[in-house]
Design a binder for this molecule. Sequence first.
Ligand SMILES: [Zn+2]
Length: 304
Amino acid sequence: MSDRKCWMDHSGIVLHSVDGFDVIHCESCGFKHIIPIPDEEELERIYKHEYHVKDKPLMLQHQLEDQEWHDATNAARLETIEKLLGRKGSILDVGSGNGFFLKQAAELGWQAKGVEPADKAVDYCNSIGLDVTHGVFDQECADSIGKFDAVHLWEVLEHLPDPAGMLSLCRQVLNPGGLIIVGVPNDYNKLQKIVTENMDEEPWWVAPPHHINFFNRSSLENLLRRLNFEPLHHEISFPLELFLLMGKNYKRNPDLGRECHAMRKELELNLTRTGNRDVLDKFYKSLDEAGFGRHTVVMAGKKD
Ligand SMILES: [Zn+2]
């Protein structure tokens, strides 16, 4: 039997306990998250002193090697955003990292702006002519940054003590009829469950305190609805866990991670280069319906 735990206003069944944190399926939030929830000060200390993934030079090097794939992925995402909006316009990328999404948006004719807390990522973006503000996207930043037709939030919500607060800030900077695009890891999915239950693997996606929240498409859509957004479109990224089931244990051997990524990249680029992006979309759509996919992406419109 699973235990229930409470912490402040949060309570639910305990799914895992790692490093002094419990992951609960929180009944008040409607999604899974760790308790205790670290506060901003604690997280700032961790990110400043322990590491910042976006400051890792190797990450930029890998991203540059993957430029063609990033461009194809981001161009496809921007095409969907344009279809939903009915036009191109202004877009804010919150947590813009090394600026790969921003760069593609700017090249395709969007007015693209980023906000990013990692110094080196901001320096890099500014050196290639991208418009990126250095700092965190907080109330002060939201009050002064202007208004946008779309806000892109990629791999951000899972790290935040208050994801609902972040979505409210995004809502504040959206023009009427604006669009939010949220991408998060699709955690506690069926493939992860199969691997951990049958292949003697620990739940690798539980990484407190860096990952605080765990979403799937339905919990993300519900959170967006609660904040007065209307989900309009959803998609997934390649279910990387398939590689674990194919005997490529990239969790235990980081070199294999790069190899698995290269295989996924080849699949997507071969279908893109040959003009068969629609085949890829159909393939991923069927996986999305089945609940598979490493990331879940929801695009939602701002309601009045
Ligand atoms: Zn909660």
